[in-house]
Design a protein around this ligand. Structure first.
Ligand SMILES: C[S@@+](CC[C@H](N)C(=O)[O-])C[C@H]1O[C@@H](n2cnc3c(N)ncnc32)[C@H](O)[C@@H]1O
Length: 613
């Protein structure tokens, strides 16, 4: 199998530039398979060779697009999902007032759009449907759209319920078209999901078994457009393999199993962010109380490390956990805090202290890593809080180190696990989509094979018919052959008879055909004129070198041969083979096949009265 690589990408780039078809956002596995199939049909190996071919043969583009764009579809594909749509979603849409806007994108040959039309008609009645519903049905593939306009075969309608078939389709020649009166509510047109602006203010967006052909990145771009295109209370209806697991910020499932989603409205997104921002900046109402309590509790007995610095910047307290965990000797108490290592290691505490005192609010220094005596590293959230007396003056600062090592580890693990789950989800979705696209490819191959099979069967039938015709012609020929052979035998007999007759008469006899060629030349003629029968047969009578003045006979012979009088005669002077001058009576008779003259018989006879010397 060929791989994707620079040559393949160059091919996609060329297709985009030359024809405006952007396949760069399509999943490579499926694209590679489809293009490789086309190349195999043409016996081309190598994408750059195929690019050359495309440059020379502009008529190759439609065939290639036809290979790449898989149009597998049917009416009410995935019946359960359509039943769910009809039962739970369409009534919710119909409940709203005003126009209902539906977009079936990647509609292929339109079965999906007509299924939607039927579903709405069944829900609200044909009259209201015509008044309220507009269904936009689009696809990038013009040929597929033309099929949608041309109507369907009986086989195409197999998945439509018998009674709906009669209600919504009418015969048009040998095909079935969607009822013309209702057809007005559907608008078919070419639309490229990768490049064209979406149709907006939609109540229902149907995009089934199409997204799965695109890469995750391209899917993201298309879904952002879909988010814009849907009304806040609109629904998105996807295909069986399309779950939107990784796009939960834009759409939330109404029913994941049936692949119906609704969008997370813009306002709700904003609200969420605002709440988030407020919780980050708000000062709890009991903040001061809490600080005072902390100061009160900042005693030796506190379970976590705690330091107290007075308003003059002197370390006035360090409880036992602080001395142990932070390695602060008792002698440091009473010294300027800024001079101690703990003021800047493992994290800088000087500016948080200044900030807490200035702003009169606690400051959190998260996730400080502190080396422990057992050589392990502990993670601490450092809370720096001002100590404020009853008169409202800042009299010092408490610095508490809260051990969050376990939580931090858990959080890291959780993040990793979440990441893994997300990756697994993505892989699952991508495998699912891959499976479905392969499935569709198989289905399209099966359809192609079925067509080829049908064609083969019909060629076979044709061959068989021809064979039978040949056999019958053969039999006829054999009969004709037998007839001919019998006729040949008859002719041979007649010839023998003729020869016997002409050989035994005492006059010269010659038979000429319509072209004046000699057919019969008897013994006596040979004797009279000195040429044997084998020397004259087939030759023109007028070209014979004999003592008979043939040119004098020409008009008589011609006249007899075209049938002007069956018998004519003429006496001419001639010279025999021995050089004797004679008077010769030549009688010409027409030979006819019963319909028209075919030949002439000349009978030549020497008259007894010779030519005077
Ligand atoms: C497998 S069919 C799905 C037909 C129908 N939605 C269904 O589920 O039965 C996929 C359709 O997506 C169309 N398609 C592919 N790329 C497209 C694009 N960029 N824009 C619009 N449609 C596209 C193809 O032409 C094809 O008709």
């Amino acid at each position: 199998m060929l791989d994707s690589g620079p040559d393949f990408e160059a091919l996609l780039e060329y297709i985009r530039e030359a024809r405006g078809f952007d396949f760069t956002g399509y999943k490579r596995a499926s694209l590679l398979r489809r293009i490789a199939r086309r190349m195999a049909e043409l016996n081309i190996d190598g994408y750059s060779a195929y690019l050359d071919y495309l440059q020379v043969h502009a008529d190759e583009f439609p065939t290639l697009f036809d290979k790449i764009l898989i149009n597998v579809t049917e009416f009410f594909r995935d019946k359960q999902a359509w039943e769910y749509l009809a039962r739970d979603i369409v009534p919710r849409i119909a409940e709203k007032r005003g126009l209902i806007r539906v977009w079936s994108t990647g509609t292929a040959s339109g079965e999906e759009a007509y299924s939607a039309a039927i579903t709405f008609c069944e829900a609200i009645g044909q009259e209201e449907f015509l008044e309220r519903v507009k269904i936009y049905a689009t696809d990038v593939d013009e040929d597929a759209l033309n099929r949608a306009r041309a109507g369907y075969t009986e086989k195409d309608l197999e998945s439509v319920d018998e009674n709906l078939r009669g209600k919504y389709f009418e015969r048009m020649g040998g095909r079935f078209a969607f009822k013309a009166a209702l057809r007005r509510a559907l608008i078919f047109g070419r639309h490229d999901l990768m490049q064209d602006a979406p149709i907006s203010r939609l109540d229902l967006l149907i995009c089934r078994n199409t997204l799965m052909y695109f890469t995750a990145e391209a899917q993201g771009r298309i879904l952002t457009r879909f988010h814009y295109a849907l009304s806040d209370d609109g629904f998105l209806f996807l295909g069986r393999a399309e779950m939107l697991l990784t796009h939960a910020a834009l759409f939330k499932p109404v029913d994941l199993k049936q692949r119906v989603f609704t969008k997370v409205p813009r306002a709700q997104l904003r609200e969420r962010l605002q709440i988030l921002a407020l919780t980050e900046t708000a000062e709890p109402a009991d903040q001061v109380d809490r600080q005072l309590r902390v100061r009160g509790l900042a005693t030796e007995g506190a379970p976590h490390p705690q330091l107290i610095v007075d308003a003059a910047g002197i370390l006035v307290g360090a409880n036992p956990p602080a001395r142990r965990v932070l390695d602060i000797p008792a002698s440091d108490v009473g010294r300027s805090f800024k001079d101690l290592t703990i003021s800047y290691q493992p994290v800088d505490l000087r500016s948080p202290i200044d900030r807490a005192n200035r702003d009169r609010r606690p400051v959190l220094v998260p996730s400080a890593q502190v080396a422990q005596p057992n050589d392990e590293v502990g993670v601490f959230d450092v809370h720096v809080a001002p100590l404020i007396d009853d008169a409202g003056s800042v009299v010092g600062t408490t610095i508490s180190f809260v051990d969050v090592t376990v939580q931090s580890q858990l959080r890291t693990e959780l993040d990793r696990a979440r990441q893994e789950v997300e990756t697994a989800y993505e892989e699952l979705q991508s495998s699912n989509e891959e499976l479905e696209t392969t499935n569709e490819e198989l289905q399209s191959t099966v359809e192609e094979l079925e067509t080829t099979n049908e064609e083969l069967q019909s060629s076979n039938e044709e061959l068989e018919t021809m064979n039978e015709e040949l056999e019958s012609t053969n039999a006829e020929l054999q009969t004709i052959n037998t007839d001919l052979r019998a006729r040949g035998d008859e002719i041979a007999t007649l010839n023998a008879l003729l020869e016997a007759i002409t050989g035994n008469i005492d006059v010269g006899a010659v038979v000429l055909d319509a072209d004046m060629r000699v057919r019969v030349w008897n013994e006596r003629a040979a004797d009279m004129w000195g040429l044997r029968s084998d020397e004259v047969l087939g030759r023109s009578f007028y070209a014979l070198d004999i003592g008979l003045p043939a040119n004098e006979l020409e008009s008589m012979i011609s006249s007899v041969i075209v049938g002007n009088g069956a018998h004519q005669e003429l006496t001419v002077e001639a010279t025999t083979r021995r050089g004797r001058r004679i008077r010769c009576l030549v009688k010409a008779h027409t030979v006819s096949d019963g319909i028209r003259p075919r030949a002439a018989v000349l009978v030549m006879e020497e008259l007894s009265a010779g030519v005077p010397d």
